[in-house]
Write a protein that binds this ligand. Structure first.
Ligand SMILES: [Zn+2]
Ligand SMILES: [Zn+2]
Length: 317
């Protein structure tokens, strides 16, 4: 890839980790653990730092998960008012005008849904922080960074489409992880991003990003912060826009998705709105390609046309 994100680093870098940062070695290193336990005098003195490191890592994970979720909430708040303003000046159209635009009770569920899956991921990142710090490299290659963000979104979209489709096919998965999210239909706002089931992102987001973080911790590759800012910005904004309840002008997707969703056949808020009205359709996250290939794509849906100006309440269907 043209970007610096995949640039190879010096061999041997993977093993240059400080003892403090390598909790995973402690957790997985049964030989060291059994050695500690079999040494009567060393066992206690070795176990105390091990426990203190575990406690610190857990605390860091919890605090980081909450802080990132709070930042996500601030983005929601900002975007909510920006989109509402665009609606007032006629630049954006409410998909279901019969519903009032309110900051509703989604926020509490949304906060924990975002925070929960980020806690173990943050703890994992903290554990491997020295490795990540050593592998960080500003490439200065903006096109490469954009291609990296695009590639990651294509990969995550593939994963998301598969898992999301499974949740709609397997009753137990749907009722456990996804039914709550589908209680929101015509009354969508940005606060519906993760509404309903706090553990849903444990299926739709966590495994993908854990795999990526694990890859960077164990493979001989560097990463570019610029590419990751592009990616994480787009991930947050696109998910919120997908739930905003407005038909937005295309230019919004330039800054909102780091430009990634300006590619042909990218998802728009209308598509995910259709998914909330009729869950058989539009199950992807970023692009419409998988839905088109899988026969689950809908560009127009009679329910949207019916609800748009009728004043009818879709939730009562
Ligand atoms: Zn949704
Ligand atoms: Zn769904």
């Amino acid at each position: 890839m043209a970007g610096g994100s995949f640039t190879s680093m010096t061999p041997g870098l993977l093993h240059s980790v400080s003892p403090l940062s390598n909790l995973s070695d402690d957790l997985n290193g049964s030989r060291n653990f059994s050695e500690r336990m079999s040494a009567p005098h060393g066992a206690v003195t070795d176990t105390i730092p091990f426990l203190s490191r575990a406690l610190v890592t857990t605390a860091v994970g919890i605090v980081a998960g909450c802080l990132i979720s709070a930042a996500h909430g601030f983005l929601e708040f900002t975007l909510f008012h920006l989109i509402e303003y665009l609606g007032r000046i006629g630049k954006a159209r409410r998909l279901a005008p019969s519903f009032p635009v309110t900051m509703n009770n989604y926020r509490k569920e949304d906060f924990f849904a975002v925070a929960f899956w980020l806690m173990p991921l943050s703890a994992f990142a903290y554990t491997n922080r020295q490795i990540y710090a050593e592998k960080m490299k500003f490439s200065g290659d903006i096109l490469g960074c954009w291609l990296y963000a695009f590639t990651m979104m294509v990969l995550h979209d593939t994963y998301f489409y598969t898992v999301h489709s499974l949740m709609h096919r397997v009753k137990a998965l749907f009722s456990t992880f996804h039914a709550g999210h589908h209680t929101t239909r015509g009354d969508l706002t940005v606060y519906a991003t993760a509404f309903g089931d706090p553990f849903e992102p444990a299926l739709t987001f966590a495994p993908f990003y854990f795999a990526v973080f694990y890859y960077y911790a164990h493979e001989n590759v560097s990463w570019d912060p610029v590419a990751w800012v592009m990616l994480l910005w787009a991930l947050n904004m696109v998910d919120m826009i997908g739930h905003c309840g407005y038909d937005l002008p295309v230019w919004v997707f330039g800054p909102a998705s780091s430009g990634v969703l300006l590619v042909p056949l990218a998802q728009r808020s209308k598509h995910h709105y259709i998914h909330h009205l009729d869950p058989r359709f539009n199950r992807a996250l970023y692009f419409t390609w998988w839905d088109r290939l899988g026969g689950t794509f809908k560009e127009h849906h009679p329910k949207v046309e019916e609800k748009r100006d009728s004043g009818e309440n879709p939730v009562a269907d």
